[in-house]
Design a protein. Sequence first.
Length: 259
Amino acid sequence: MVWMGISCLHSDMVKVRHHRLDMAVAAGTGSLSFQPVDDGDAPDGDTLYQLSKLASLTEHLEYEGLVKAADLGKYGDFGVGAPYRLGELNILDGKVYQALHDGTVVVSDLHQRVPFAQLTRFKADFSHSFSSASNIRDFESQLDRLIAPHGRNVFYAVKINGRFPMMRCRSVHFQRKPFKAMKRVMAEDQVITVWHNISGTLIAIYGPGFIRPLAPAGWHFHFLSDDRKLGGHVLDLQAGQVKAEFDSIPQFVLMLPET
């Protein structure tokens, strides 16, 4: 059994309407059904909270958001997202960081609103160390093998610390109205930065395949350097010796705007 909660957001307040997500998986496909449950049965831990649908960014140009960065701590201390009018958002150890278009990182303005985020209150369930990965696909394959014994149909938050011979990240320029479609933003305003022999933390979220299109499926990586000065959305990497801590998350709450 997996939980899904549906929330309605308005102004600075959040009303939560919980539904149970019944998941059946057969022959590699999932079917979903929703049943209302009482508030007393709502999930109270091991929950991934997602602010808005992914399509709100990719299709509907909702780049400004409803929830202030200062309020993200209500939902977790670890995660990824997009800041006000785009860029890349990292949430690590309860602090919110914004990767600017050139890959430099600043502490987020806590009064600005966030259009998209996935976060949880991180607590490692198991950990592994491994010594090398030649590229991001190799890295994902190693992580896939590590989560397989624990189940592929739940979410995972993974904190990965170590040294990376190569880290290739992107961010985008601050967007101004009238907003452009996301495909055009990526074509015109994306900036890619490559660092070599850099130490830091990968903030990774894994979503099971059945959750698409409500949320990203598969692996999603953001990077933050040890000095908290560099980072972004990871496009490719080479990994040296790293330690990965895995938080298995069976519950998912999606928070949606009322309009």
